[in-house]
Design a protein around this ligand. Structure first.
Ligand code: HGY
Ligand code: MN
Ligand code: MN
Length: 423
């Protein structure tokens, strides 16, 4: 059949999609004490990530895709179009996970991309433009400290040497780990701009469920700022040391947690969201005043100006901490920083038309989470389709869940838009 086949002529195999999600989620599976569920910990460039990558490549080869791996380890599976010279349509997401993940974040977008190509192959449908499915390396950023890393290097926002030099908590270098797992590819990392970029992802929030919609058309991504803060005080005996002689790093850490929530509640920074996700004191003993504390501060804001003001005011707050405890030293390091990114209206319209054509009411909404699509949006028209989540859309947690039908619906919309954009 030719590329002008109507999108009604293909069928997404939802059972196969669900089976693939389940099989991939078994790699890095662990018993999560907090929820009593089986979670997924498949952080980038670990042995489990290598196993997940190998499984993904086996599925790409099953589909006779031309598989390439770039210098950041991102994996590409290409289904040739009638006119291979034309810029392809790129469908992507990630298969690396946070340490306490569910089965869907990122994986739905990559395995959904394969489901799209599988459906087109089964329908004997050849698109004019080639379609490529990408799995970007280190989207989560939880191991090497910068999110959307693989796609940011591919789009030219971050450098390859910068990425190779990032280290994890154990001091292992990204570049060394990439070699160790055998995924430092030779495909040049700078991506030739695709004709369009599409990503299917779980919403990771409550909006679609609240509005009783299966499908979301994503208008863009809010700005993201990740900082590491290190506080240096003075260790002391918890019993004998008078309070006025203390330089308590733990106290300063607690003041930071309270301050970021105060900034949010003040309403002075628009729709700011702030999270101290990691906080640790050392030596961490009951009878020792902590001489050191480390925190991460994750700020999110749909408005760049409000975000910039929040960062300036937070930095000014950190400067006041030694006033309260003379001798306290404060160090900060920016880990990740991305501006708010609007998605392409035309690609949003193609996704919305695809949803409508397949009988889904959709809703346009901004993404609270960061995604690879925001990086590729710098070099090509990009947009995303969201799938409704259950349990208030909880994510980055083993309770993360979307129904088989909602997953299939999202991928069906992805396929119809890919068909339209690759015609
Ligand atoms: O942090 C994020 O928003 C994304 O999950 N990397
Ligand atoms: Mn994700
Ligand atoms: Mn995520």
């Amino acid at each position: 059949m030719t590329a002008n086949t109507t999108s009604a002529d293909f069928r997404i195999d939802g059972d196969r999609l669900w089976a693939d999600l389940t099989e991939l989620a078994a790699i890095g599976a662990y018993d999560d004490e907090a929820t009593g569920l089986v979670g997924v910990d498949r952080q980038s460039l670990t042995d489990d990530d290598r196993a997940g990558r190998r499984l993904l490549i086996s599925w790409m080869e099953e589909l006779d895709l031309d598989v390439t791996i770039d210098e950041m380890g991102s994996i590409f599976g290409r289904r040739e179009g009638e006119d291979p010279e034309l810029a392809p349509v790129l469908i992507g997401s990630h298969i690396d996970t946070v340490a306490t993940a569910g089965a869907f974040d990122g994986c739905l977008g990559v395995l959904g991309g394969l489901a799209v190509l599988r459906a087109f192959a089964e329908a004997g449908l050849r698109t004019r433009r080639s379609i490529v499915v990408a799995a970007w390396t280190e989207e989560e950023g939880v191991r090497f400290g910068t999110d959307m890393l693989g796609s940011a290097v591919a789009a030219g926002r971050l450098g390859l040497d910068y990425a190779y030099g990032l280290t994890d908590a154990a001091g292992l270098r990204f570049g060394d780990e990439l070699m160790r797992i055998g995924f430092r590819g030779d495909r040049p990392v700078l991506l030739d701009p695709p004709h369009a970029y599409l990503e299917c992802h779980i919403e990771q929030g409550p909006v679609l469920a609240q509005e009783d919609r299966q499908i979301g058309i994503v208008t863009g991504v809010q700005s993201i700022s990740w900082q590491k803060v290190a506080l240096h005080g003075r260790a002391a005996h918890a019993g004998t040391t008078p309070t006025e002689l203390r330089i308590d790093a733990g106290l300063a850490a607690a003041q930071i947690v309270v301050e970021v929530r105060r900034m949010v509640d003040s309403g002075a920074y628009g729709r700011l969201r702030a999270t101290v996700g990691h906080i640790a004191t050392s030596p961490g003993l009951p009878s020792v005043v902590p001489d050191r504390a480390e925190l991460t501060v994750d700020l999110r804001n749909p408005d760049d100006a409000d975000m910039a003001r929040a960062e300036v005011d937070f930095a000014a707050f950190l400067d006041t901490l030694p006033e309260a405890q003379p001798g306290l030293r404060v160090e900060t390091a920016q880990m990740a920083r991305t501006k708010a990114v609007p998605f392409d209206e035309g690609v949003q319209d193609a996704l919305e038309a695809a949803a409508k054509e397949h009988g889904y009411d959709s809703l346009r909404l901004m993404s609270g989470a960061g995604h690879d699509a925001q990086e590729i949006a710098a070099i090509a028209p990009a947009a995303m389709v969201f799938v409704r989540g259950q349990y208030q859309g909880i994510s980055h947690n083993p309770r993360e869940y979307s129904t088989p039908e909602d997953c299939r619906a999202g991928v069906e919309v992805l396929a119809a838009a890919a068909l339209e954009l690759s015609a």
